[in-house]
Design a protein around this ligand. Structure first.
Ligand code: ATP
Ligand code: MG
Length: 422
């Protein structure tokens, strides 16, 4: 037997309809706010992520699926979406279009990580990017979009955490202070962090090793050292969100694992998820597009981990999606088949789900199958009924049945739930 690649997943029914419903909701909410879909390649030049995400990040140093193609070019399966959006923005001259550009994406990402709950090697993200606006209002809009989407799915226990990373100009001062405070404990840091000390000391802040975390927790938070401009910006974002009644909590230790973020960064945490608790991460990245060789265009966005989101979906949303039950149509003879399919088409046109029995099994077996798949009603199309212009409608919950004129049956069973026969 051939097995799937480690860290990848088969998303099967009945879970797959939840994914489709989540994505439909994302399209509805983000589309409603003026965000338009951008569909980008999964394969990108490796250099895009090395320069975009950052050389010393976990993603670039140990998580990328990088390989040489047949001509020896180094390609990488995208580990995240923002760098690709920035590349496409530059390459397609989106700066020439009306600003800001509101974009969203949905699709698979790849990271070579240790597998555990909520952590896969192929996973999906739903993200939005707002490009060409550097005001605090832009940040408020993006976080509002996130909140609106999560609320539409029925979440009410998720926490939005926010921090201020300041501007790149604030970093040397912060890093110097951090190193001064950590110097006495340098030998206690993990091997990775001792390497980060010179290469990318900021990344020490998001080390997951408990001793490193403890040492970092005793240092001065970055938000206390940022420029007055950055401080004013993020405070305006917090006020704007408070005005909208969107609860956010300051998280002084929140840094995010990608180099391009500045000023506003945020995460959404699910109390249910334990270790893989973070279901969304985002922030402002005003230098990314310029750093990749494009114009000076600011941006802010977030990415939701769809696998983790689906794992903690509220029950009412799931019930709404999974509660749609089909009608089965059972032709009892060859000559009843066209009428059966015609009826199924009519039902679908009226918003119902309808499945025609096609295996040729007996009526008894077909009714058993109908119950097994959760059908709400069976429409039995038999030769004698058909001759009389009627069918038999059987309510599968109550076990009652009656003859109904063929012309009335679709209207009677219309809609996702339909009305049970009287
Ligand atoms: P973590 O700290 O959990 O490794 P991250 O900071 O690396 O997350 P981001 O790069 O911010 O993650 O990606 C945004 C979201 O994508 C995360 O909040 C998470 O929900 C999801 N995500 C990231 N990596 C994975 C993965 N390996 N498997 C499933 N979902 C993931
Ligand atoms: Mg990670």
């Amino acid at each position: 037997m051939i097995r799937k690649v480690k860290g990848t997943r088969d998303i099967l029914p009945p879970e797959s309809p939840l994914w489709a419903a989540v994505e439909a909701e994302a399209r509805r909410i983000f589309g409603g706010l003026g965000y338009e879909e951008i569909r980008l390649p999964v394969l990108e030049p490796t250099e895009l992520f090395v320069r975009g995400v950052g050389e010393g990040t976990d993603i670039v140093t140990k998580e990328m699926y990088t390989f040489a193609d047949r001509k020896g070019r180094s390609l990488t399966l995208r580990p995240e979406g923002t760098a690709g959006v920035a590349r496409a923005f530059i390459e397609n001259g989106l700066a020439q279009r009306p600003q800001p550009q509101r974009l969203y994406y949905i699709g698979p990402m790849f990271r070579y990580e240790k597998m555990q709950r909520g952590r896969y090697r192929q996973f999906a993200q739903i993200g939005i990017e707002l490009l060409g606006a550097e005001t605090p209002q832009a940040d408020v809009e993006v976080i509002m979009a996130l909140h609106l989407f999560l609320a539409a799915l029925g979440f009410d226990d998720l926490e939005i955490q926010l921090n201020n990373l300041g501007d790149p100009e604030d970093r040397p001062r912060f890093v110097a202070g951090l190193k001064r405070e950590l110097e006495p404990h340098r030998e206690e840091l993990c091997g990775d962090c001792r390497r980060r000390w010179d290469e990318n000391p900021l990344r020490i802040l998001d080390c997951k090793v408990p001793t490193c975390r403890e040492l970092v927790a005793a240092t001065t938070p970055i938000a206390e050292l940022v420029s007055p401009e950055a401080r004013t910006h993020v405070e305006a974002v917090e006020r704007g969100l408070a005005d909208l009644g969107i609860p956010v909590r300051r998280a002084p230790r929140l840094v995010r694992g990608l180099d391009y973020y500045l000023r506003t960064v945020f995460e959404v945490v699910s109390p249910q998820l334990g270790e893989g608790a973070v279901i969304c991460g985002g922030g402002r990245y005003d230098r990314l597009i310029a750093d990749l060789g494009g114009p000076q265009v600011p941006g802010i966005g977030f990415a939701i981990g769809e696998d983790r989101l689906v794992e903690v979906l509220p029950e009412p949303f799931k019930a709404r999606v999974l509660g749609v039950r089909p009608v089965v149509v059972l032709p009892l003879a060859g000559e009843a088949v066209p009428a059966a399919f015609a009826l199924a088409r009519d039902l679908i046109g009226r918003g119902s789900r309808a499945q025609v029995e096609v295996t040729g099994r007996s009526l008894r077996a077909a009714l058993k199958w109908a119950t097994k798949i959760g059908a709400r009603a069976a429409v039995i199309v038999g030769p004698d009924e058909l001759a009389a212009g009627e069918v038999t409608v059987r309510d599968l919950d109550r076990g009652e049945q009656e003859r109904v004129p063929l012309a009335d049956v679709a209207a009677r069973l219309a809609g996702p739930a339909g009305t049970a026969p009287a």
